[in-house]
Design a protein around this ligand. Structure first.
Ligand code: SF4
Length: 363
């Protein structure tokens, strides 16, 4: 018995949870979405799909996954890919360190494991960018090794099945839920069970609108049985995002825009961006800074304001289109036309709102 919001709630045991394994697998066999990494669950495909799916929805990932597999069909191809090509394939998915870590790990796999992802949860964990969850995915789905995968969907489903009043954002609680998953995982179909729990969270046990009447495990769900589903999962309030005001400059000359490469470390590391400055600056200040860069501005035009949300930061952007005299780009910058931009340079989605003006320019 546990207390939540003044109510005494009955939870369920590991034995009770084990009783739900078969009904859930039967439901999964009938209802699993047909996804390309499921129809061919090879280690490389499972790995790439799971990295792409971090913080990203399935429908967004699908075209990226197909394009990525066509361009870099195996570990060797990924290991030897040009970084610019890799980032271009990733452009728009965000969190670009995922792509770089994929390549780092691919190089390690080529050097130490003959190009084959190791069939060992512990060895998978040693690869860059592979944590508990991804190692669990590759091990259980591709190699049938009984280790759990616990993502946000699984945490939510378990919190409701158990009617657990614990905060699922806490590492201690996640660890406990992971142990519970490990204890109920069927030895013969670990990958399917992991995916069934996630699929249940994605399709039925939804965050705001759980569809309990169609749920294959409703008879064993403590929250449903006690009519208190909406109390779970419990989460402590998040700390607010940091707001940053930035002035973004689209400098144009002869159908080309000035791009600047970001530092190798930190937010959007190493990607190309439109030059931007802290704060919201006025016309005169923008003109003076552009001149300090050794570029002669001819005409300034205010563009619309923009907003981009990263995990912990929100950029509130003021945009300017600056027509300039042709000249040498400042250090760390290049002039690119629309074609080169499309084919070679990965520019974060934050600048999309302003990049469209380059595409509208006559050559
Ligand atoms: Fe989620 Fe409702 Fe199913 Fe419980 S019965 S697991 S709350 S959908």
């Amino acid at each position: 018995m546990k207390q939540t919001n003044g109510r005494m709630l009955q939870t369920v045991s590991i034995e009770d949870l084990r009783m739900l394994v078969n009904p859930l697998l039967t439901w999964y066999d009938k209802n699993a979405r047909n996804l390309p990494w499921r129809s061919r669950p090879e280690p490389y495909r499972v790995w790439v799909s799971e990295i792409m799916l971090q913080q990203t929805q399935v429908k967004t990932v699908l075209p990226y996954f197909e394009r990525f597999m066509a361009a870099l069909p195996d570990v060797e191809a990924l290991a030897s890919a040009d970084e610019a090509e890799l980032l271009k394939l990733w452009e728009g998915l965000g969190y670009y360190s995922r792509a770089r870590n994929l390549q780092k790990a691919a190089r390690t796999v080529v050097e130490k494991h003959n190009g084959i992802l190791p069939a060992s949860y512990e060895q998978l964990l040693e690869l860059p960018g592979i944590g508990d969850y991804t190692a669990g995915a590759i091990a259980s789905i591709a190699y049938n090794i009984p280790v759990p995968m616990v993502d946000g969907n699984v945490l939510r489903v378990l919190a409701r099945l158990l009617a657990s009043p614990e905060d699922i954002a806490q590492i201690r609680v996640r660890k406990r839920f992971r142990e519970i998953m490990a204890a109920i995982l069927p030895q013969d179909r670990p990958g399917d069970f992991n995916q069934a729990m996630m699929e249940l969270g994605a399709a039925v046990c939804l965050s705001n609108t759980p569809n309990c009447s169609d749920c294959p495990v409703k008879m064993g769900c403590a929250a449903n049985q006690q009519d208190c589903v909406y109390l779970f999962p419990f989460k402590s309030p998040k700390s607010p995002r940091r707001i940053e005001q930035r002035t973004v400059l689209l400098l144009l000359t002869e159908g080309k825009a000035l791009l600047r490469q970001r530092p190798k470390k930190g937010l959007l590391a190493g990607l190309w961006e439109l030059p931007n400055l802290e704060g919201w600056l006025g016309h005169d200040m923008v003109a003076s800074i552009v001149e300090q860069w050794g570029i002669q501005p001819l005409q300034l035009e205010r563009l619309e304001d923009g907003r981009h949300i990263f995990t912990h930061i929100e950029w509130q952007m003021r945009g300017y289109l600056v027509r300039c005299m042709t000249g040498q780009p400042p250090e760390g910058c290049i002039w690119v036309d629309a074609e080169a931009l499309e084919s070679r340079y990965a520019v974060p989605g934050a600048f999309k709102i302003y990049m469209k003006y380059l595409l509208l320019e006559p050559e």
